[in-house]
Design a protein around this ligand. Structure first.
Ligand code: ADP
Ligand code: MG
Length: 720
């Protein structure tokens, strides 16, 4: 029998194993299994392996048994078997087994074995409790018999495994599958394989699971990475070109319209960057093809201002513009700010208003039925030129009269599906502008937003004082006391402040991790501060579990200056704009990501007063967490911090957030380490698409791309 990658695992490894692989690792097909690449290759005498084990990690190690002892337990009945194992460098690890004296029969001193279990610490020493193991060379153990054969080959593949499906079971299934695998069709064009000296697909699959040498392994990885990068880039380039070729209504604006009136009344001059990006948008909107542009810029760099001007151009051309915010609070806030900024220009239909004026409509789920009907009517008959809401606008049966532009604020995911929804809404595709304050490294932009044009705002408007950030050692009471003292002074001077905690309260995450205390919680911290160091100040809480109307009320009272200190979760991360807030204390700051901290501190120092951000953490200054915090304190360069963030997160997380469909297709590729390869793959993809836009001459590639798009679609549908 020959198996294909699409073939069912059941037919290859048997029903019982297939069920286990499906239940515990989500695998259905032979391809699912063969794309589950080893994450490591164990070797006899692996250096530093035992040293590098992290507490809490699920580890598999190759080691030699040194000594085995059995002793009765001291405070309980039963016995404890303890085995000390070591690698060639003499690093040791202790294995403990409670009431399993028979295990001693297998654990013979001097023998090598593969040990798998969760790493724990006991009295400062690493250990594995009751690990699962296979001794190498056990003739009565079928799995181990094959392990020995692998072992001779020097590189033993180690797979991400679960307690139920250990690495050797996966290895065995992989071997079985490889043995019957028919040569898989190769989606990479031959010209590309030749030009880049890439090995064939089938050979690469064999080599990555059963490498004969490190050289062959390297070549296999290179080939498979190219496949990941190239397929993804081909998809994105094709999507971009198709979108760019589809028709859209040009919205060139007019010289004597709303935009002109708005510009004339602007109380400040636009920054150089705002003018440049503004011109790019104006030109895009005037074209007969839809704009798809990503605007990156730090918090406060003036993105909203730029997008508002684009919206006005569209209204001047007779169309409508919609702005989508990630939350209702933010939608309401945008509505308020933009109403204020437009002044009379937003009083369309009123007697005193100028002729050019339009109307602004806020449409959110918390509107009453009557207000909602009224808003929907204004959107449908076109009297509402600018509509502000959340993403629900796209899906909840809201009909636009003539939707010309969609601005997506602070959004990480606005993929092809959302655009399809828009197209259905608008008849012809509207122009789309996606804005984000999270600076995105170039390769991520190329991969995650590879089908968008990008613009960047790199300077802050004049008059902004950059924020000062300090790391405060959390264990030291005096420093903390000074922080609260300082906060009190800020409030006495008429300013406001934020205190950010990682957790809401007495439930989630409180017991997740046995080795650390639970993160500080809003519901504990707020009353303590109010009764203690911040006594006398008006302290209130804001977090995601409050009812939307309560949240709104707290936010608007804070904005109105009726609250001095807001103790909050990361709900304040995005878009909250209270210029009078000048100080932020982030507690347990090491629990947040670098970009998140950067985003959070962007909430203060938005007015004319300098901002101060204190990162409170118990992490040692020379620990990885401590170094991350120091980096955040040392620079306000968001792009630099974004790259740092990327270095520290798993790639899957980055992709997963933004374009989850791509996730299952990107396993080996590192957005950071493979930046060059990704760039080359994009060029190669563009060359292929330029010569063959529909890939008619590349049927295998076309099929692979279609499969990738289908997966993305399926995953999206599952989520929504
Ligand atoms: P972002 O959306 O990038 O966070 P905004 O567009 O909301 O930035 O701008 C932040 C604040 O700066 C707003 O209060 C806005 O009115 C103001 N602003 C925008 N552009 C300028 C400028 N060129 N000069 C001075 N202030 C500006
Ligand atoms: Mg904004």
């Amino acid at each position: 029998m020959r198996a294909t990658l699409d073939g069912k695992l059941r037919d290859v490894v048997g029903a019982r194993t297939a069920t286990a692989l499906h239940e515990h690792l989500g695998m259905t097909t032979v391809g699912d299994l063969l794309h589950h690449y080893p994450f490591r290759y164990a070797q006899r005498g692996d250096r530093a392996d035992l040293n590098a084990l992290q507490i809490g990690e699920q580890a598999t190690v190759v080691a030699k048994v040194r000594a085995v002892t059995t002793k009765p337990m001291r405070h309980r009945r039963g016995s404890m078997l303890e085995a000390v194992v070591s690698d060639d460098d003499g690093n040791t690890l202790t294995l403990t087994f409670f009431n399993q004296p028979w295990q001693a029969r297998h654990l013979k001193a001097g023998r090598w074995g593969l040990f798998a279990g969760k790493v724990t610490e006991f009295r400062g020493r690493r250990q594995l409790n009751s690990p699962d193991f296979r001794m190498l060379g056990d003739s009565d153990d079928e799995d181990a018999g094959e392990l020995v054969e692998e072992f001779a080959g020097a590189l033993i593949p180690v797979y991400r495994a679960t307690g139920k499906v250990p690495t050797w079971t996966i290895a065995k299934c992989v071997r079985t599958a490889l043995d019957v695998l028919a040569e898989p069709p190769d989606p990479l064009p031959e010209a590309l394989r030749d030009a880049r000296s890439l090995m064939g697909y089938g050979r690469a699959l064999h080599a990555i699971h059963r490498p004969e040498s490190t050289e062959v392994l390297y070549a296999a990885k290179k080939r498979l990475k190219w496949q990941e990068a190239f397929l993804l880039q081909t998809t994105l380039v094709q999507r971009k070109q198709r979108a760019a070729a589809s028709p859209a209504v040009p919205r060139p604006g007019r010289p004597d319209g709303l935009l002109a009136a708005f510009d004339a009344a602007l109380p400040f001059t636009l920054t150089e960057g705002q003018r440049r990006v503004g011109d790019e948008l104006a030109a895009d909107l005037a074209r007969a093809h839809p704009m798809h542009r990503l605007l990156q810029g730090d918090v406060g760099s003036g993105k909203t201002m730029v997008s508002l001007r684009a919206m006005l151009q569209v209204v001047d051309s007779g169309g409508q513009a919609a702005m989508l915010a990630p939350t209702e609070v933010l939608a309401a806030q945008h509505h308020k700010t933009i109403t204020r900024q437009l002044g009379d220009l937003a009083r369309g239909g009123e007697l005193s208003a100028p002729d050019t004026a339009t109307r602004l409509t806020l449409l959110t789920g918390s509107l009453g039925a009557a207000a909602r009907r009224e808003a929907a009517a204004a959107i449908a008959d076109g009297t509402a030129g600018i509509v502000i809401g959340t993403h629900a606008l796209l899906y909840e049966g809201v009909d636009f009269h003539d939707l010309g532009l969609v601005v997506v604020d602070e959004q990480h995911r606005f993929g092809v599906e959302q655009r399809d929804a828009l197209r259905a809404k608008a008849g012809t595709p509207p122009h789309v502008l996606v804005m984000t304050a999270t600076p995105i490294p170039r390769t991520v932009a190329m991969t995650v937003y590879g089908d968008l044009e990008t613009s960047r705002l790199t300077e802050l408007p004049a008059g902004r004082t950059p924020i000062t950030t300090h790391v405060v050692p959390g264990g030291d009471g005096r420093w903390i006391a000074r922080a609260w003292q300082r906060m009190t002074e800020e409030v006495r001077a008429g300013r406001q402040a934020y205190v950010v905690c990682p957790r809401i309260g007495d439930d989630e995450g409180a017991d997740g991790d046995a080795d650390r205390r639970p993160p500080l919680a809003v519901e504990d911290v707020a009353p303590e501060l109010a009764a203690g160091p911040l006594a006398g100040l008006r302290v209130e809480m804001l977090h995601g579990r409050l009812a939307p109307d309560v949240k709104d009320r707290v936010m608007s009272r804070y904005a109105a200056g009726e609250i001095d200190v807001l103790v909050a979760t990361t709900v304040v991360e995005v878009g909250v704009d209270v210029p009078n807030a000048t100080m932020m204390v982030i507690l347990d700051a090491d629990r947040f990501g670098v970009s998140q901290l950067h985003q959070l501190r962007g909430r203060v120092g938005r007015g004319g007063h300098p901002g101060l951000c204190l990162l409170v953490s118990e992490a040692a200054a020379d620990s990885p967490s401590g170094e991350r915090l120091a980096a955040v304190a040392s620079t306000t360069d968001g792009f630099r911090l974004a790259e740092l963030d990327l270095e520290q997160r798993r790639e899957g997380d980055v992709l997963g957030e933004a374009q989850s469909g791509a996730r299952s297709h990107v396993r080996l590729l590192s957005l950071l380490r493979d930046a060059e390869l990704i760039g080359q793959a994009r060029e190669a993809a563009a060359t292929v698409i330029d010569g063959d836009p529909d890939l008619t001459g590349h049927p295998l590639l076309a099929a692979a791309v279609a499969a990738l798009v289908d997966d993305e679609r399926a995953e999206y549908l599952e989520k929504s």
